[in-house]
Design a protein around this ligand. Sequence first.
Ligand code: NAD
Length: 351
Amino acid sequence: MRILVTGGAGFIGSALVRHLVKNVGAEVLNVDKLTYAGNLASLKEIEGASNYQFLQADICDLQKMSEAMTSFKPDRIMHLAAESHVDRSISGAADFVQTNVMGTFSLLEAARHYWNDLSPARKEAFRFLHVSTDEVYGSLGDEGLFEEVTPYDPSSPYSASKAASDHLAIAWHRTYGLPVVVSNCSNNYGPYHFPEKLIPLIILNAMDGKPLPVYGEGVNIRDWLYVEDHARALDLIASRGRLGEKYNVGGRNERKNIDVVKRICSLMDELRPKATPHADLITYVTDRPGHDARYAIDATKLETELGWKAEENFDSGIERTVRWYLDNEWWWQPLREGVYSGERLGVLKKG
Ligand code: NAD
């Protein structure tokens, strides 16, 4: 099986590439532009593997994407490359529209022409998986879950650009017959998560005795999934998902943001004790505009049709994650010192 992965140097993409190269034994071509979020250090453990190749390229470059496909000859494309950070989309939406919408368009067009020229047997077996987010559905009230049929209602420039790309992917199936499947996943966490995202930010700030910024009153609810569970789900959906269908992915792990932060604080109290409890560092900051109240995924379709189940529960997964950050300063320290300077949170600069 030859798999072209886009965005394989990012958080989820690198977990997927490690899984495909080490556990599945697939031949993988990782196509990534290496933006601030792309980091080849996340792929250190498969560096030099004979079934892994890397190509630095922009998915918006249709010609390069076509060349990559005709020379690598993938049986499957798994598309994860995206601008992914909601706060960055609020302060500068242009890159999100460019990569998430136009980039997905270029990739779909390149894939359509490549697929059209395949032999009938390879054409039949080919799959294009478009990887997306539950944020396309907007916000839930206290009750209910996102289902595959929930209408799209995105709130942020990020989720709006992902919603647009989902529609393009499904349209390329309905109009041109391209064998597309779409996945919509809840919030991921785990090792190699860029330090500006909530969970690593809290761990690293707690380690440094810096303020632990929490938006609003911390009552927003997210449904957390360990990143390796997501990687397994993506492989299953790409292999056996029904064409033209969407599959929701989620771990049934709803948590209020403040409870996630407090759980990290108590783990840090155990693993890196200091004179005062880490929770004393919690600092409430002005809420994000358009901040969705609650996300929660109904993953029944994926569980019953494809037999997937999340293996990591939140309590053990968050402990594994905290321990990973404590043990892997070599990975996150250069990111903290370099591109990422905490610009997202005024409180860090003031504090
Ligand atoms: P990430 O920001 O960590 O990684 C994105 C990767 O895409 C980076 O390696 C970056 O260099 C690359 N990239 C960006 N623009 C590119 C371009 N124009 N051409 C080629 N490569 C480019 O993102 P992530 O958190 O790993 O998310 C991966 C995918 O999963 C995204 O499509 C995202 O929408 C989706 N998703 C993320 C989550 C989550 O919790 N992080 C949840 C559900 C779905």
